[in-house]
Ligand binder design. Structure first.
Ligand SMILES: Nc1ncnc2c1ncn2[C@@H]1O[C@H](COP(=O)(O)OP(=O)(O)OP(=O)(O)O)[C@@H](O)[C@H]1O
Length: 768
């Protein structure tokens, strides 16, 4: 990195020292306050009078809340001691005389005595100028207004452990140097924050309009995951009156990925954001965990090598069936089914006590399907039951009184018409007994009449209701048409077999969640105001629709890359439906074409792989200007030679200080097989990654391509022993995902015949 502009170095050192002094003072004050709050809480506990505790109780609550807040600030300030800021900008606001210098950091620091900001938070409106603004006239938006400024200087600092190492003034030609330096770094165990090198196109996304759903199509390594996390931190900061961190939810592909990204939000001072996988979210909506079939079984079958094409029609039919369950046609089918449940729900009889009609069946239908139509179907039944009980109680007084009156008349008539005698007495007594019995029976009927009526309404569990849909072939035929009649037959048959083994498949979760929402409503505790979906290319339009419906919000940021759509047989192939038809208003759609992760050499080859299959329409990634070694490609006759080559390669990567290395295979079976061989034949001790792996804290991984999605490694060794990468679109995408995981080095080791790409004929120079 060039060392220039050194003339300001002493002043910059002094400024840093002053900031650190002030930081220490602030930390000291916080420490005192912390002790004070703790004392007050202790004191309030000592004086807690359980009979009249309101004062002490509220004191405990107040002080605990302030203590929590203080602890959070304290932790942030402690962290910022190492690097209180990373940049500075000098600017003059239009209409003002003097130039002001703003230092930008992760935590703001305000000098109360001087009434000036010592450090401005990177999320503050004015800091946007630093990320967007070229030197010269520019502007920023704050509190609904736009403010014009002249930007004179942008300066970046390297500060290590609180000491200024160097600084550099940035203009168009040098602005990449810090970015370059940051990209040269080796991968850690976790994803990092990028506050000091956020690029203009990324800043636009982080600060995009909150009132509109946002869709980001970004190429591999363009920073989607990173930006999504920065956007959450930005929104929490900017809209602190509206949101608390718990209002946000990140939906990510698996637990390994969640572990991988878990460091960024705390680093940005935003903790307590909900983080979940799609499957876990669906289970919490359904209020129950279900056993699932292996979700990658289909993918495995679909990418299975089939040179003679024997599996072609089975593959086609499987794709169609899987796609259907997650399509908008499935919604159509479910809507028909719900309508059928509605139509057959209520008994075709009036609500009566004895032969007295309390409510006609027409008025009950109207009540349920019109007056209560805002409620989910089965919630309406609970409401109906209350109404019926109330009606029965109201009317019962009258019926009881009239029955009593009927008997009083009869009794009076006997008394007045017959002379006293034993016979008359017997008659009266028996009449009175009869009256009492009838009254008692009537009272009982009143008590139970609503229940009896409601019991005639069929009610079942969600699971039974969902599964019985699969025995109603006629309804399916009414809702949709498949390419062949056999496809529907085998879909129903296979689903019923899965249900019989007490399992569901991943594709059943969205339809079930939709049915649950329509029939039973939602659990109250799922109170999310803002959802962020990463790796969204693996979702279908129907899944987006269900998520929007069940989360009850239009506030979404959705990020993905169609080139990495390895589940494209059941997921979206473009963003247009999502953009225009899922939310109340069309979503904003932005693209990221620049890739930051990998080198020009690796990205060129990955783009070439995509271009070899029928995926030309996809956006190609443009790598930032960072060169590295050309990928190495070696074919071998024997598996043992491949194992040897991997061993040697890993050793040399370790010697070159690359810390995280992934050996990526096409399938889970191949990964398991290769892992066994590596453990047996080498001293590498790699970790095998499966669907169940929870933590990203190792250095050498053997991982199938579909699980490497979203992750990154210093070096990647793509290995094929038996499972061949063909030129088919799905294979090309899997290979593309695997290749674009590498930050610095990429190699291919394969046994002859397992790579259809003739990478030997790849001419990198042609693409540069
Ligand atoms: N502005 C930036 N400054 C420094 N590093 C960056 C920047 N943007 C992205 N990166 C780095 O690029 C790499 C890729 O980022 P990230 O994983 O967020 O991308 P992605 O688009 O989600 O990738 P993919 O879709 O391939 O999984 C990370 O190492 C990230 O730190």
């Amino acid at each position: 990195m060039p060392k220039d502009h050194k003339e300001d170095f002493p002043q910059e050192v002094q400024r840093l020292e002053e900031t650190k002094d002030y930081l220490e003072q602030t930390i000291g004050t916080l420490l005192n306050s912390r002790e004070k709050f703790k004392e007050e809480i202790k004191d309030a506990y000592l004086h807690l009078d359980f009979l009249d505790s309101s004062l002490s109780y509220s004191s405990i609550m107040l002080n605990s809340k302030m203590l929590d807040e203080l602890e959070k600030n304290f932790a942030l300030l402690m962290k910022s001691r190492q690097k209180p800021y990373f940049a500075r900008m000098d600017l003059k606001q239009k209409g003002k005389e003097q130039t002001e210098a703003f230092y930008i950091g992760k935590v703001s620091l305000f000098d109360e005595t001087m009434d000036t900001p010592l450090v401005v938070d990177w999320r503050a409106p004015i800091a946007s100028v630093y990320y967007d603004g070229r030197l010269g006239e520019t502007s920023y938006k704050a509190s609904g207004g736009t403010y014009a400024i002249d930007l004179y200087k942008k300066r970046q600092y390297t500060i290590e452990e609180g000491n200024l190492q160097e600084y550099m003034d940035v203009d168009i030609s040098t602005s990449d140097a810090f970015l370059q330096a940051s990209l040269e770094n080796h991968a850690g165990e976790k994803l990092k924050d990028i506050v000091s090198t956020i690029q203009e196109e990324q800043n636009t996304i982080i600060r995009a309009d909150i009132t509109k759903p946002l869709i980001i199509q970004g190429v591999a390594g363009s920073g989607k995951t990173t930006i999504a996390l920065h956007r959450i931190a930005y929104l929490i900061y900017t809209y602190s009156d509206t949101f608390v961190p718990e209002d946000f939810m990140i939906i990510a592909p698996n637990h390994l990925f969640l572990d991988y990204i878990s460091g960024v939000l705390p680093e940005l001072g935003a903790e307590r954001v909900h983080q979940t996988t799609y499957i876990d979210l669906m289970f919490s909506i359904l209020g129950k965990k279900h056993r699932l079939t292996d979700s990658n079984e289909k993918l495995r079958f679909l990418v299975k090598n089939d040179p003679a094409g024997d599996l072609a029609s089975a593959k086609k039919s499987m794709q169609e069936a899987a796609a259907f369950k997650n399509s908008m046609d499935m919604k159509k089918l479910l809507d028909l089914y719900i309508q059928q449940l509605k139509d057959t729900l209520l008994p075709e009889e009036d609500f009566c006590i004895g032969d007295k009609v309390l409510l006609t069946r027409q008025s009950i239908h109207q009540m349920v399907h019109e007056d209560f139509s805002y409620l989910p179907l089965y919630k309406r039944i609970d409401r109906l039951k209350k109404m019926l009980s109330k009606e029965a109680k109201n009317v019962s007084k009258k019926i009881l009184a009239s029955l009593e009156h009927e008997y009083d008349v009869l009794l009076d008539r006997i008394r007045s018409q017959e002379e006293p005698s034993d016979q008359r007495t017997d008659k009266l007594v028996s009449l009175m007994n009869e009256r009492d019995e009838k009254l008692e029976a009537l009272k009982k009927e009143v008590r139970n009449v609503a229940n009896h009526y409601i019991k005639k309404i069929p009610k079942d569990t969600l699971l039974n209701l969902y599964q019985s849909l699969f025995s109603q072939k006629l309804l399916w035929e009414k809702a949709t048409t498949f390419s062949t009649p056999e496809t529907l037959g085998s879909l129903l048959e296979e689903s019923n077999l899965i249900f019989a083994s007490n399992k569901l498949e991943l594709e059943d979760l969205a339809p079930m969640a939709y049915l649950h929402y329509q029939l039973f409503g939602l659990k109250e505790d799922l109170d999310i105001k803002y959802a962020v979906i990463d790796e969204a290319q693996d979702f279908s339009d129907f899944q987006f629709h269900v998520l929007r419906e069940v989360l009850g919000t239009d506030q979404f940021t959705i990020l993905g890359d169609l080139s990495q759509g390895i589940h494209m047989y059941r997921s979206i192939t473009d963003w247009s439906y999502l953009q225009h038809h899922v939310f109340q208003d069309p979503a904003n759609y932005l693209t990221l074409e620049q890739s930051y992760r990998t080198t020009i050499e690796i990205m060129n080859m990955a783009n070439w792989v995509l271009s070899q299959s029928a995926t030309e329409h996809l956006l190609k990634a443009k790598p930032v200007v960072r060169h590295g070694q050309e990928p190495t490609i070696k074919g071998f006759q024997e598996t043992s030679q491949v194992i040897h080559a991997i061993h040697e390669q890993v050793k040399s990567l370790k010697e070159a200080s690359f810390t995280t290395i992934a050996i990526i295979t096409k399938s889970q079976e191949e990964a398991t097989n290769l892992h066994k061989k590596l453990v047996k034949k080498t001293d590498l001790k790699p970790v095998l990654v499966t669907e169940k792996t929870l933590h990203f804290d190792h250095s050498i991984f053997v991982i199938p391509a579909h699980l490497s999605k979203g992750l990154e490694f210093d070096a990647v060794i793509i290995t094929t022993l038996e499972d061949r990468f063909t030129l088919e679109a799905l294979d090309a995408k899997l290979l593309y995902v695997a290749m674009t995981r590498a930050l610095h080095r990429l190699s291919f080791f394969y046994t002859e015949g397992t790579l259809d790409y003739s990478i030997d004929s790849y001419h990198p120079k042609e693409l540069l």
